[in-house]
Write a protein that binds this ligand. Structure first.
Ligand SMILES: NC(=O)c1ccc[n+]([C@@H]2O[C@H](COP(=O)([O-])OP(=O)(O)OC[C@H]3O[C@@H](n4cnc5c(N)ncnc54)[C@H](O)[C@@H]3O)[C@@H](O)[C@H]2O)c1
Ligand SMILES: [Zn+2]
Length: 378
């Protein structure tokens, strides 16, 4: 993995996956240059931009115009906004639009939007005509530093989230951090959970940076250059882990810090109460405490973690969650093996390991600790 400044002022993070390697380009106010970056990669002269109405209203014009200026014929496929449309039915509609538009093997899908658009349209790219090129233009913090790095694509099934999917790498990820400026604050804060997570599992210096600036970052009140470099730093962390373990056979699991409990919190509340990142914040409180109980982590480090989460605001309402239900979900999660609940636990700030030997009583204590810290709903 290498990182360098490119002449246009954009930063590049290379995701090293042999013949499937690709660059992530990151800049601020650079959306209208997307067409040039696309053409420079030698991608197809017919493109289908898959987006949703919310993002299209804000960002479709410069993306489409940039492609057309390069002689690329661009069709637009709009899918409804929302996680509830991350389904096979939506994928089916996209296939239909691509066939009607005559997109052949040389065509390219451009996903413009957040995680749900990227995941669904990425899955379509992986399967349409047995796989065509695709490019991601992510527009949320979560998608820029997490969902668009690493090639996970897929859709939900009524019986479970992300149950259908493929590992499929894009040819290019193009990030304009200025698109974050239109994001509701709650979405930015939710994305910050993954930034904290990256620091805790891989990068102590990032944690120190957050300790001095997290409120400003959550308000996006930092210099554009700082924002670009923060996003690049997070992409580099995720890209480094993914390059070492593309299909989650080992190291990649550490990216699930806070997610064992977090996924259960999302599931038992029907995915309607918490944003993914909010659930991860709660999950980090529980897992951090379990790390201390197990003797992996120093209490002082847990306090450092918690102080960051508190500055963002611990999501409310977790006190009414039932520990039995949460633990039941954890045991049936697709990441559990033979019912053994696997945790990622921190060792120091900047290093984490997986652990299969967390006892039920320890999980319960982690959940209790998380609930004691979560405010009552207002
Ligand atoms: N592959 C991975 O590793 C990974 C990691 C995390 C999440 N995900 C997936 O990503 C999805 C969640 O993604 P998300 O958090 O990006 O949320 P999202 O896709 O639900 O988007 C959040 C909302 O913000 C809107 N939006 C997007 N960009 C905007 C902008 N710039 N300005 C204003 N509004 C904007 C969207 O239209 C949507 O209403 C889930 O489906 C999840 O499974 C995948
Ligand atoms: Zn996550």
């Amino acid at each position: 993995m290498e990182s360098k400044r490119v002449p246009s002022g954009m930063e590049t993070v290379r995701v090293d996956l042999g013949s499937r390697s690709y660059p992530i380009l990151i800049g601020h106010g650079t959306l209208s240059d997307f067409g040039r970056a696309y053409a420079a990669r030698g991608l197809g002269s017919v493109a289908a931009i898959v987006t949703n109405p919310t993002v299209a209203r804000l960002y479709l014009d410069p993306v489409r115009a940039g492609l057309e200026a390069q002689g690329v014929a661009a069709t637009v496929v709009e899918i409804p906004d929302g996680e509830e449309f991350k389904t096979l039915a939506t994928a089916g509609r996209i296939y239909g639009d691509l066939i009607r538009a005559g997109l052949d093997r040389r065509g390219c899908i451009v996903t413009l939007g957040a995680g749900a658009v990227g995941h669904t349209a990425g899955f379509v790219a992986a399967t349409y005509l047995r796989g065509i090129d695709f490019v991601q233009v992510p527009t949320t913090l979560e998608a820029q530093i997490d969902a668009s790095v690493g090639g996970k694509t897929g859709v939900d099934h009524p019986l479970g989230k992300n149950m259908i999917g493929a590992f499929y790498q894009p040819k290019l990820v193009y990030i304009d951090t200025e698109t974050l400026m239109t994001l509701p604050r709650r979405e930015v804060v939710a994305g910050m959970a993954e930034v904290i997570k990256h620091g805790l599992i891989r990068d102590e210096a990032l944690v120190r940076f957050l300790e001095s600036k997290i409120e400003k970052v959550a308000d996006l009140a930092i210099e554009p250059e700082q924002l670009v470099s923060l996003i690049a730093r997070n992409c580099r962390i995720k890209a480094g882990v993914v390059a070492a373990d593309e299909t989650e056979a080992g190291l990649r699991e550490i990216l699930n810090y806070g997610h064992t409990v977090g996924h259960a919190v999302e599931a038992v509340t029907g995915y309607r109460v918490y944003k993914h990142g909010e659930a991860v914040m709660l999950g980090m409180l529980a897992a951090g405490r379990i790390g201390v109980i197990k003797g992996f982590w120093k209490p002082a480090d847990l306090q450092r973690q918690n102080a960051l989460i508190e500055k963002l605001g611990i999501p409310s309402g977790a006190r009414t969650l039932e520990a039995d239900k949460l633990i039941g979900r954890m045991a049936s999660d697709k990441k559990a093996r033979d019912g053994v609940i696997r945790f990622v636990l921190p060792e120091t700030i900047g290093r984490a390991v997986t652990c299969d030997t967390v006892k039920r009583t320890e999980i319960e204590e982690g959940i209790r600790y998380m609930q004691e810290r979560a405010p009552e709903p207002v």
